[in-house]
Design a protein around this ligand. Structure first.
Ligand SMILES: NC(=O)c1ccc[n+]([C@@H]2O[C@H](COP(=O)([O-])OP(=O)(O)OC[C@H]3O[C@@H](n4cnc5c(N)ncnc54)[C@H](OP(=O)(O)O)[C@@H]3O)[C@@H](O)[C@H]2O)c1
Length: 295
């Protein structure tokens, strides 16, 4: 989802010579001025070859094993993708003098003390969170001022074909079909529009920033309240949204209770200004003509 949005945003800027990568032979995006090559980031030889061929100045690692329960089930693969692969990217970045932007997650925190600032102490409670924290620690090896970690929270948007669905699209499709859903009241987040996230990533590249940045929407709410906002914006029947909590579903991975971010650093250092959540939901659902996302 983020990769496609970065292609859309950065592919149209003449100052960037952008090469997107993915596991498929063909790209899952169309349009934009952007090269594409197949790459599995766990294939160290292929990563090295690509660095030799393309000689990047900046690498944005938006690839990850993102399904939290799948990470619990296949820990070996999860660690390979989310932690070890970052280490080989770092080695190549050091050899080629490139900067690394590593995308990370609120799941590095335990959810006891949110919303979080960048200097809060990580304490992951899921294997996904542990692997992403290890990825962060590996990213720091790129060298002084040569790494940035951008953490984000509950991302939604309208990706192109073949991307993973997301919470806004799921709630909308269920309610539109008149189906009842149950959504947790005991998890709080600051939901993030992928357009805002990509904008922040581009700013980190443009301003040559390093260090950790928390990037998310502004509003802290329960996931249940978020579902209600989606229903409200889309004009759908919110009475179909039932309540659930952590005892309702048996999920392999534990979820942090209250995360969410304080985004003051991104606002002051990057000029980051996320859209208000109702505008973002509306545009995700195609209910409003998209404006200039970075306006
Ligand atoms: N989505 C959220 O709510 C959320 C919240 C916090 C943080 N994040 C972080 O944001 C970043 C972007 O996530 P996203 O939301 O864009 O998730 P996404 O849509 O699942 O994108 C992750 C991409 O990584 C690719 N990938 C997985 N293993 C790979 C490998 N070995 N080699 C190359 N590509 C590989 C996946 O390809 P396939 O499609 O082929 O599997 C997928 O296209 C991730 O670092 C994630 O941890 C996301």
């Amino acid at each position: 989802m983020l990769g496609q949005e970065l292609v859309r945003l950065m592919g149209r800027r003449p100052e960037y010579d952008l090469l997107a990568t993915g596991r498929d032979a063909e790209p899952r995006f169309s349009g934009g001025s952007c090269g594409y090559t197949r790459l599995d980031i766990t294939d160290e030889t292929a990563v090295e070859r690509l660095f030799d061929d393309f000689e990047p100045d900046v690498v944005i690692n938006a690839a990850a094993m993102t399904h939290v329960d799948a990470c619990e089930a296949d820990r070996e693969l999860c660690w390979k993708v989310n932690a070890d692969a970052v280490d080989s990217l770092v080695r190549c970045c050091r050899d080629h003098g490139a900067r690394l932007l590593q995308i990370s997650t609120d799941f590095v925190f335990d959810g006891q003390d949110g919303p979080y600032r960048e200097d809060a102490r990580p304490n992951p409670i899921s294997y996904y969170g542990r692997s992403k924290l290890a990825g962060e620690n590996n990213a720091r090896g790129a060298g002084t001022d040569r790494w940035a970690i951008i953490r984000t929270v509950l991302v939604y948007g309208a990706p192109q074909a073949d991307a993973r669905s997301n919470f806004v699209l799921w709630v909308h499709s269920k309610l539109r079909a008149g189906e009842h859903i149950r959504v947790v009241t005991d998890q709080w987040r600051t939901p993030t529009w992928v357009v805002d996230l990509a904008d922040a990533v581009e700013r980190v590249v443009r301003f040559r920033k390093s260090g950790i940045y928390h990037v998310s929407g502004r509003e802290l709410m329960s996931v249940h309240a978020f579902a209600h906002r989606i229903a409200k914006v889309a004009g759908l029947d919110a009475s179909l949204i039932g309540e659930a909590d952590k005892t309702t579903f048996s999920q392999p991975a534990e979820r942090p209770e209250k995360t969410g971010f304080i985004i003051l650093k991104a606002e002051t250092e990057l000029g980051f200004r996320p859209h208000d959540i109702e505008t973002a939901i509306r545009q995700t659902l195609g209910l409003e003509a998209p404006g200039n996302p970075s306006a």
